[in-house]
Design a protein around this ligand. Sequence first.
Ligand code: NAD
Length: 254
Amino acid sequence: MDDASQTEIVLHIGAALRQARHVVVLTGAGISAESGLPTFRNAQTGLWAQYRPEELATPDAFRRNPRLVWEWSMQLADLAARSQPNPAHYALVELEQRVPKFTLITQNVDGLHQRAGSNAVIELHGSSTRVRCFDEGLIVDGWAKTADVPPRCPYCGGLLRPDVVWFGELLAPEKLDAAQAAADACDLLLSIGTSGEVEPAASLPYRALRRGATLAVVNLDVTTRASGSISTIHGLAGQVLPALVRAAWPDPIM
Ligand code: NAD
């Protein structure tokens, strides 16, 4: 962020934000890293080093060993519940208040955007704050405290699972449709803290780009398919996002 060309990009995207009519933001695990939540591909410690999510977060893994998958999922859900939104999440709350139309699409399941105050978040991959029946899909608010792990659905007796999209599962069609429609219609898309390896979310920025939108990527690493038409800002989301919002609107909302 000290680099002069980076400052120039921040000013350029700040000006584009100020003029935009419809801004779409796509977030990934990187935006929550500064809240203390491990990303999929950077984490070297704890559960993330012990297990490969791609092998554990699947319907087959749950059928093979529901107890292991439930306990692993609940540890991550607890970690998310105990963490706090960071300045990047709050900058997006301000952005939503500043632009005429705003769509926030997240791949995260931690609920931090909502806890920061963002409205109408499209949770492409569900949320670890909810639980549903593995057999029937019904969202369940509570269950009998028995020795069963995972607990049982109070309606049908099936096993309960987190309301997240596992590898090999389809996204909810209405969420994907809404995300794709927003990407097609926006004039600026900001992609933040995602490695761009998980489809169909990974294609959303390029849909926007193809329709003539400005595409800006905020990431610690270089991850995008290189292209002169993409503005890349390297840095911590918790520093870059507030800087972008201040570049667009120097006076904070009172
Ligand atoms: P990912 O782990 O594949 O990629 C994270 C990206 O964020 C990396 O490119 C990394 O360079 C970047 N990054 C790390 N720290 C950053 C920071 N402080 N500022 C800016 N960038 C930073 O995550 P993904 O692309 O979201 O995709 C993988 C899947 O992981 C998603 O489906 C998501 O559901 C799941 N996931 C969610 C959470 C969460 O809800 N917090 C956590 C881990 C994984």
